[in-house]
Design a protein around this ligand. Structure first.
Ligand code: BES
Ligand code: MN
Ligand code: ZN
Length: 526
């Protein structure tokens, strides 16, 4: 949802808009006393009405609390919405509360028919702190607000006759002048804040592209359809792209990938998107790899009807890679970034691969297929091996790989597996900064025996116990010694019900995380 989001330097009381959302911390109102500066200004202009209503409704600024009222012309905004954002010692958590509140404000603006929304928030005390990576906290907060607004505006209603229309066209993030002036170089500070708002909106739009791809039925997002979207993204953002079909995939000896795809009438597609910086001396590339099963029926090891209901979402990893790649030119890291996916369907048919089949992948590893529903690791095995040949400094894959990760971590947390503690630390830090929960899982060498086959190098299942770990251990056989991190996003990539700024259905999980990781890595290496 493309909202026009801008930073505006104006006083909340005198800024004209349909809805003014005032984000306040916990304790903003205690026993009728208002301590928040913005809220206080407004309360005075409204003749003490805000304070009165806050006391009546027991509003104190706790996260999730809200109150709203009409201003009857007493301030320039038609309505005021006060949103509690709670109290957070941790700046990453505080920023996520801003994201959530901004999305909440948009969700209030929608039924109210507001065309313009203004957001004010208690600019963090850390606002003047210059961070090690060159960005400052005030900019990060503006970015989070812009992200939250556009993420909250999303709805997938293209197939509905009755659409919940969004009149909202403009979001103004109100920054105060004194704050920026004090930091010296006012113009520069203003440009920084505007850039942060633009980046936040772009990241949210990319996230919504991933959501759309996940929400579209498998009849539309076919392997060819997914490759076509990657082509569109490449054209629009100036990335290079390579799209290969069955003959070329065969030439590459990707028999694990071909095995999975052979049961379907849809041809597989192997895609590589590339960003290469303009500068002459470029660092080693970074590789992003996404699982791209456009429909997972389980194949001959057929899933139950219920188990299949959501399996159009089994390409969420590739959706995140495509969306994140679309942001790379904007982030402009000093190293190349490649995005890879092998797209196909996993279907049963007379030509389908069978339990018991032995396939030899691109890197020479042979696999006994015991369960055709453990297909993601097969395709990823070949694509990871291919990506590793580009000699990346780091590989990160995103995959809706196992139902077991939902059992382990629940619906909102991605599993992180890595052979490299430094890379794992980077991914954890980026995830935290982006507000995307991840939890590191182990890769115990002693569990290798569970995926050993009596007749081949590996088998593609390791039993029910530690299912996500087995799957990750399997993938590890295809990355060589390269620093690699695997994100099992089967939980957070698609939700049964809305949670904060994440809607029901596709969430775009991984997009903000990867954008943040690339940003931090770029800042380190500049
Ligand atoms: N795509 C599924 C994993 C999945 C399950 C994603 C539920 C999202 C929600 C994957 O291909 C799969 O079927 N995995 C099997 C592996 C098993 C056969 C070893 C699973 O998790 O049951
Ligand atoms: Mn499967
Ligand atoms: Zn799958």
């Amino acid at each position: 949802m493309a909202l026009d989001t801008q930073v505006v330097f104006a006083k909340p009381v005198s800024h004209a808009c349909d809805l003014l959302a005032v984000l306040v911390g916990e304790g903003a109102v205690t026993a009728g006393k208002i301590s928040d500066a913005h809220l206080n200004d407004l309360d005075r202009a409204l003749g003490g009405l805000l304070g009165t209503v806050a006391v009546q409704e027991e509003f104190t600024g706790k996260e999730g609390q809200q109150l709203s009222l009409h201003t009857h012309g007493k301030v320039a905004a038609q309505r005021v919405l006060v949103l509690g954002i709670g109290k957070h010692g941790d700046p990453d958590r505080a920023r996520d509360a801003l994201r959530t509140a901004a999305s909440r404000a948009v969700k209030v603006a929608r039924p109210a028919g507001a065309r313009t929304l203004a957001l004010v928030w208690p600019h963090a005390e850390a606002a003047r702190l210059q961070k090690a990576d060159g960005s400052d906290e005030l900019e990060r907060e503006v970015q989070a607000l812009a992200e939250g607004a556009s993420l909250g505006a999303y709805s997938f209603d293209k197939y509905k006759r009755e659409k919940k229309s969004l009149k909202l066209a403009r979001v103004h993030i109100l920054a105060r002048d004194e704050r920026t002036a004090r930091r010296g170089g006012e113009a520069k500070a203003r440009a920084g804040l505007s850039g942060a708002a633009r980046l936040g909106a772009r990241i949210a739009d990319a996230t919504c592209l991933a959501r759309d791809l996940v929400n579209e039925p498998a009849g539309r997002v076919t392997p060819g359809g997914l490759a076509a979207t990657a082509r569109d993204v490449a054209r629009d953002t100036g990335l290079a792209i390579q799209v290969l079909g069955p003959a070329q995939i065969r030439k590459l000896k990707m028999n694990l990938f071909l095995g999975v795809s052979q049961g379907s009438a849809e041809e597989p597609r192997l895609v590589r998107l590339s960003y290469v910086p303009r500068a002459k001396s470029v660092g080693k590339p970074v590789a992003l790899v996404g699982k791209a099963i456009t429909f997972d029926s389980g194949g001959l090891s057929l899933k139950t009807a219920q188990g299949m209901e959501d399996m159009k979402t089994d390409m969420a990893g590739a959706a995140a890679v495509i969306a994140a790649m679309s942001l790379v030119p904007e982030i402009a890291p000093p190293f190349p970034v490649h995005g890879y996916f092998g797209a196909c369907e996993n279907l049963p048919s007379g030509t389908a691969y069978k339990p018991g089949d032995v396939l030899v992948g691109r890197n020479g590893v042979s696999v006994e297929v015991l369960n055709t529903d453990a297909e993601g690791r097969l395709v990823l095995g070949d694509v990871l091996a291919w990506a590793a040949e580009d000699e990346p400094a780091a590989i990160v894959d995103l995959a809706t790989l196992t139902g077991a990760i939902l059992v382990a971590l629940g619906p909102w947390t991605a599993g992180l597996f890595s052979n490299d503690d430094a890379l794992a630390g980077e991914v954890q830090a980026a995830a935290k900064a982006a507000g995307e929960p991840v939890w590191r899982m182990p890769l115990p060498a002693e569990m290798e025996e569970l995926i050993k086959s009596p007749i081949a190098d590996l088998k593609n299942t390791g039993g029910r116990h530690g299912g996500s770990i087995n799957a990750a251990l399997f993938l590890q056989h295809f990355v060589g010694k390269r620093p690699w991190a695997h994100l099992d996003i089967a939980g957070p990539s698609s939700l049964d019900k809305e949670k904060g700024y994440n809607p029901r259905g596709g969430t775009g999980a991984g997009v903000r995380l990867i954008a943040e990781w690339l940003r931090q890595r770029a800042a380190q290496r500049d």
